[in-house]
Design a protein around this ligand. Structure first.
Ligand code: PEP
Ligand code: MN
Length: 356
């Protein structure tokens, strides 16, 4: 349920209402300051609340509305139709994700393999215009015999790449026991597809402060995905970015997953949270990535996550879907820039030319 305040409602009146809702009504109100209006969100047992009685609490109340969706805090209705932004602090300054901001690009290898490759990739993708370096230290692999990631030592290498490049770092957390060590280097904590419904992990990550990139489970419905995001917000962290990475359908021969680009307009209407598209895991093949990245920008994504490896053929994981730094540079500056500029969402500062 939400209480929409009239434009210009005095701060003291909002505080008084919040206090009364807590003490007399036993609710947990959340103040959400939007661009135009302030909304007080109410979650919990609101089914029996009388809308008219709530409305009479103050003449500064414009409307009291029920949120009809099963997801509450993540729903667009909860913010009275306004998009939220997630601002991530990076060594080069704050980077905002959201509907009213330029496209953000995240690039890097599937796994952190060694210092030279991660630092080189960071410098190259930065020169092409990426704002974040991705790279897994802890890898969720289907086979226990596949490369599992270098673990904590790879976090140290990400820290070096962060320092050398000034890029923000996005890396996956698989086990809550690694949270503190990972949060020291990560500017955004990734929850992977396989852990989207690991509710114990979601509660722990939601209870800390770093922004979170929540990937869609490979067989998750949109509602299940948004309910997973709801866990994070319910635990106290509203800095959540959603990431579509392809879902399991029937073709395994020509595509690894089916990239569901229709989620962009669907999510836009259902939630205020920023949207990222990962065409690398979404397709599984490097030559399919550019087309899907272009389509994602045209469809209105807020961010892209693209796997880039200095020598994809030698990659320890996901080589077939990784672009070379040269191909990534061409994609960014010749292909994506055209579409990004046409829809007014290309970052304004010109990225420096990549040194071959
Ligand atoms: C990844 O980003 O490398 C990864 C393992 O992604 P996903 O969880 O989408 O499979
Ligand atoms: Mn990968």
């Amino acid at each position: 349920m939400i209480i929409v305040m009239k434009v210009g409602a005095p701060e003291e009146e909002i505080d008084r209402l919040t206090e009364e809702l807590t003490s007399t009504w036993n609710l947990t109100p959340e103040k959400i300051v939007g661009r135009y209006k302030t909304v007080i969100g109410l979650v919990g047992d609101t089914a029996d609340l009388d809308i008219l009685q709530l409305q009479e609490m103050s003449s500064w109340i414009e409307q009291v509305l029920r949120v009809e969706q099963p997801f509450k805090r993540v729903s667009r209705e909860f913010r009275h139709g306004e998009a939220s932004e997630v601002v991530v602090d990076t060594p080069s300054g704050p980077v905002p994700f959201g509907e009213h901001h330029p496209l953000v690009t995240i690039a890097g290898p599937c796994s952190v393999e060694n210092e030279e490759m991660i630092v080189e990739t960071a410098m190259r993708v930065k020169a092409s215009g990426a704002k974040f370096l991705r790279g897994g230290a802890f890898k969720p692999r289907t086979s226990p015999y596949s490369f599992q990631g270098h673990g904590e030592s790879a976090l140290g290498l990400l820290a070096k790449a962060r320092e050398a490049s000034g890029l923000g770092i996005i890396t996956e957390l698989m086990d809550a026991a690694d949270l503190d060590a990972l949060a020291e280097v990560a500017d955004v904590i990734q929850i992977g597809a396989r852990n989207m419904q690991n509710f114990a992990l979601l509660k722990k990550v939601g209870a800390q402060d770093k922004p979170i990139l929540l990937k869609r489970g490979m067989s998750a419905t949109i509602e299940e995905w948004l309910m997973a995001a709801e866990y994070l917000l319910a635990a106290g962290n509203a800095k959540v970015i959603l990431c579509e990475r392809g879902i399991r359908t029937y073709d395994r021969q020509y595509t690894r997953n089916t990239l569901d680009l229709s989620v962009i307009p669907v999510l836009r209407s259902l939630t205020h949270l920023p949207i990222t598209i990962d065409p690398s895991h979404g397709t599984g093949w490097a030559d399919l990535v550019p087309s899907m990245a272009k389509a994602a920008i045209a469809a209105g994504t807020d961010a892209l996550m693209i796997e880039v490896h200095p020598t994809p053929k030698k990659a320890l994981s996901d080589g077939p879907q990784s672009l070379t730094p040269e191909r990534f540079d061409r994609l960014m500056n010749e292909e994506l820039a055209v579409i990004g500029k046409a829809i007014g969402r290309w970052p304004s500062e010109e990225p420096a030319a990549v040194l071959a």
